[in-house]
Each structure stands twice: as C-alpha cells, then as structure tokens.
Design a protein around this ligand. Sequence first.
Ligand SMILES: NC(=O)c1ccc[n+]([C@@H]2O[C@H](COP(=O)([O-])OP(=O)(O)OC[C@H]3O[C@@H](n4cnc5c(N)ncnc54)[C@H](O)[C@@H]3O)[C@@H](O)[C@H]2O)c1
Length: 254
Amino acid sequence: MYQDIFSLENKVAIITGGAGGLGKDIAVGLAEFGADVVIADRERLRLEKLKNNANIFGKEVLALEADVTSYKSVEDIVRKTMSEYNRIDILINAAGINIRKPVLELDESEWDNIVNINLKGTYLCCKLIGEVMVSQNYGKIVNFGSVSSVLGHPEHSAYAASKGGVLLFTKVLAMEWAGNNINVNALGPAYINTALTSEYLAKDDNYEKIVKSIPLGRLGSPKDIVGAVIYLSSSASDFVTGTLLMVDGGRTAD
Ligand SMILES: NC(=O)c1ccc[n+]([C@@H]2O[C@H](COP(=O)([O-])OP(=O)(O)OC[C@H]3O[C@@H](n4cnc5c(N)ncnc54)[C@H](O)[C@@H]3O)[C@@H](O)[C@H]2O)c1
C-alpha cells in the first residue's frame, strides 16, 4: 500500500550544482528512484567527467552548463528542459559556495559572490522554474540551507546570511504556492566532506573539532542527504511544506 510513496517515476527533476560533491549523489538517487534528471552546473570539467561516467545513472541524463546567478542562463535551463521533457516536477537548489573569513577580512566582492550564488541563485531558479510548476499545479522544491541557516559560526558571515535568507525565502514560497500544490522545503546539513569543506577539514585539528561538535559522532555523508532529498521530492512528504529539515547528526539539537 505504501511501497510507492518514495517513487519518482514519470517525474522530471532539475538539480543545480548537480556536478558537485552532494549534487552528483543526489542526481544518482533521483534517477534510481525513477526521475528523469537534468544536471545544471557551471563547472564544465565536472560536467564532462559526469558525462564520461554516465552509466552511474542507469539512464540518460541531461547535463547543462549553467550559471544560477544569471537570469538568462536559468531561462536557458528551463527552455532546454521543457523542450526535452515538457514538464518540471522537482527542483533541487544545491549550487553553493563558501569563503571562510572573519567579516573584517571579507571583501565586498566575496560577500557579493557568496550571496549571489547561494541566495539570488536560489531565488532565480525558484522563480523561473516555479512559474512552470504553478502552471502545472504541481511541484516539489528542495532548497539548500545549512546548520548556518540557524547558527552563528564565526567566519561564516556571508554564508550564514545567505543560508538564513534561503530558509526564510523557502517559508515565503511555501506560503505563496501552498494553493498551487507546490511543496517548498529546505535541508540543513552539517559538515560533509566535499570540495566545499575539504580544505577546511584538512587544516589543523578542524576535523576532530567538527566531529566532537556533532552528537552522532561523525560527519555527514552524501548518502545521508540523498535520503532526505528523495523524501522531500516524493509524495511521502506531501503534507510537509515550509520546513527546514536538519540532517546534522544532532548538531542543532541542544
Ligand atoms: N558539504 C557540506 O558540508 C554542506 C553543509 C551544509 C550545506 N551544504 C550546501 O549543500 C550544497 C552543495 O554543497 P557541496 O558540498 O556539494 O559543494 P560542492 O562545492 O561540492 O558543490 C557545489 C556545486 O555548485 C556548483 N556551483 C557553484 N556556483 C554555481 C553557479 N553560479 N551556477 C551553477 N553551479 C554552481 C559548483 O560548480 C559545484 O559543482 C551547497 O548549497 C552547500 O552550501 C553543504
């Protein structure tokens, strides 16, 4: 009776940052649960690597070079996806960057870059892809927050501002589109070893310190995130909207 609640058969999913450390595994998970997957990422080399390794998806995927900070580029993602599949059911906004510096050392250009990619990019993708979802009267959106959506980590000023912004933007969209059968939620991961975090984790005793700060006693893994994304992309979460699902090993529980 409930076996199909996580099924994504006949669904079309776009994932931004889909060639990244988490994005790639999420794309594989979405495909394994039945979705047709469109990967949008600005890194041509990472996209090429994925195309050369396309058998990990078990099906054809559309890989698009795109910049989420550019209106035109996001329009292009929508146009190409619609011309290939004629609908868009799921949007995963996983494109993101971070630059760790105390605020007095963070340049204006660095602030702009972080906020543009993490927050404006999420806005543009939600707006232009959400427009299609509203016209279909169906959609599932998963935005990427972080533990930094709710915690004030030093050296994370722009990142935390952008991720806090993603959380409230998510709640507003959940309200605006509640009558359009569109669920809008966010994920709040703690540390996972990807290109975003590897340099920091390799420095001094950062790895040990981070593990100590997580009650479950380990970093997260892409697998931990895939399960949460499938849940928020499928009918299993039809009554869930406007929430931040923490996938953080208990980091924000106390
Ligand atoms: N790894 C973690 O510990 C962690 C924790 C909390 C939240 N997150 C969030 O998860 C998401 C994915 O992070 P990740 O760990 O996979 O990082 P990652 O660096 O491995 O991947 C991010 C991807 O985003 C792409 N990207 C960056 N700017 C872009 C742009 N303008 N247009 C299109 N693509 C762009 C990059 O090319 C890269 O492939 C991010 O939003 C990040 O903030 C990660």
